[in-house]
Design a binder for this molecule. Sequence first.
Ligand code: SF4
Length: 341
Amino acid sequence: MATDLIPYANAIGYSPEICSYLTADIGAYLKKVTPLSKAYSDIKSIPKPNVLVFNTNQCREVQDWFGWFANEFNVPLVGISTPRTIGEVTNGHITFIAKQMETLVKDLEKVSTIKFELNKLKEVLALSRECSELWKKVLDTAANIPSPLTFFDGTIHMGPAVVMRGTKQAVDYYKLLLVELEERVENHIGAVDNELFRLYWEGMPIWGRLRHYSELFASLNACVVASTYCNSWIFSAFDENDPFRSMAKAYTELFIVRSDEYKEKYLKKMIDFFKIDGIVFHDAKTCPHNTNSRYGMPQRIELETGVPNLVINGDLNDLRCLSDEQSQTSIEAFIEQLESN
Ligand code: SF4
């Protein structure tokens, strides 16, 4: 739906160049539609929130986006300002963010009829960590040859880790999935028939074309085995015995929050761990924050590791920024290049 809805947000002053999650979502509100109606017939359009909560750790857009809704619905906007392009995550960063989280509790208690309970937070956090650990194990099965899952599978299976983290249902989901993947590993069942090339996807998914690119890579015997994106829902630092500081640490250690130097080290580790033959960088037109191909990173990594890369121009949501024909031609040429290496 996004490509049709974005122009409504553009018409009230939000540039087509900014986050297409923001513009698609505000466009959906303006048009009074939501994909949720398909699952829940009583949800006709974006429901009224009581409060909007943001964290700037990934970008400033979320604050602007939720600010628009706060203004529209006349409800409070609260949040956490996180420094970005961080090299090492220090105690200073953690204290700064943990204190903001503690202040949020007071702000949210003013809005809610429910009082904060430390024990309940600890319980949720313990479940969140369990979910994270299982999700990491699920993704790590892709280090096997052949890989039992692809990045495209990961973008669907990450759903519970994104929206149900902290519940028992999410934990149960990944336990079940892990058993199935381990069985596949044991029986050498690959996600892609006759896996010849192992690729890494760096950047945002192209949501409206998951099937298209999944089938295209599979038809070339190339398995996109891993991605930075799916790894974003691994929060190893969560510790129920130190809830605020450990949450501050986990949400600040994320790839998107870090410096290029850190990101390059991380990607090199991923190349080794997943036995990667080539990296596909997605240059997402409306998300500079999760696009890492614009300041020479692909070239630096190729120089240091010898692993070649391809940059695809597209977008997470706005399909007007993507040419399937051009991308297909460059992906086919890239695979030919890998064949001749
Ligand atoms: S990180 Fe990118 S895609 Fe995500 S909200 Fe920010 S601008 Fe949008």
